[in-house]
Design a protein around this ligand. Sequence first.
Ligand code: URA
Length: 309
Amino acid sequence: MRSELESVVDELKRLRKDGVSHVYVSDESIRLLDQRIKSASLAGGAGGQSEAQSAVESIPDKIRSATPEEFDRILKEEPAKVEAKKPAAQSSLGPPPDVVLPEGSKQERWDVLREQVFNCPVCKKNTRPGYKTVLGVGDLDADIFFCGEAPGADEEEQGEPFVGKAGQLLNKMIKAMGLEREQVYIGNIMNWRPQLPTRVGNRPPTPEEIEFCLPYLKAQVAVVQPKLIVALGATAAKGLLGAGSFRSLREIKGEWKTFEGIPTLATYHPSYLLRNDSKRDKRSAWEDLLKVMERSGLPISDKQRGYFL
Ligand code: URA
């Protein structure tokens, strides 16, 4: 019978064959894998180094134990060594769309934008059959505009940003700020889920994909005219602030920048916080949100100030 480890290795090989360039593995999973490998090779006797063990050990240490930010940096510094097969959707998007919004109420302007996005041939072509192109949702009069990366599996199914696990955490973060999801605006850098040949796995959008969708994001910002924008994660921050504006999210998180003249602050993506059960990172993300609350004039109780301490 195939061991669990061999099944994991088979799945990783299958993903690599399908064009998945990297998967995030938490420290806890690495620890469990290490344990399994040790017990598998003990059971297999001396010299019984399994394929799974050599596969895991062949991953350089600095990649195996990298945080997502460090991994981003490694990819930048050593593209030749770790670069993966480029996804097919990358080269033929054409020029970014012109978005011309009419005069009128916010709702009228947003409805026109919605029509344009849902009829956008490039969005349609890149949204897989049976799934949905995704535009932002929320209060068009919101003070706070949360901007994420791209729809995932749940979002392309439901046609709404942040409805999966990351969305549940984002909802909790919004609630902790004393607001409801319906009182803010939630959008993404991207309007479609970056395509992979499989249903599983996500990949970050390419610079070309981000550039293509940016006019749609700018138009949403122009309609809502929020007081503040919160960029969730490095990809959103790079999309809003420019790909070359920082190397690691940690360099700029919690600092006020501007996008389209609007104060913009980057913080950790909820998916990162879900993967990293670090109290320090949670507190740090919360401190960013406290800054957002302060600047947008939301009341802050002592209890709120003390979260995650
Ligand atoms: N992650 C994002 O960045 N956006 C979503 O809509 C969902 C998950």
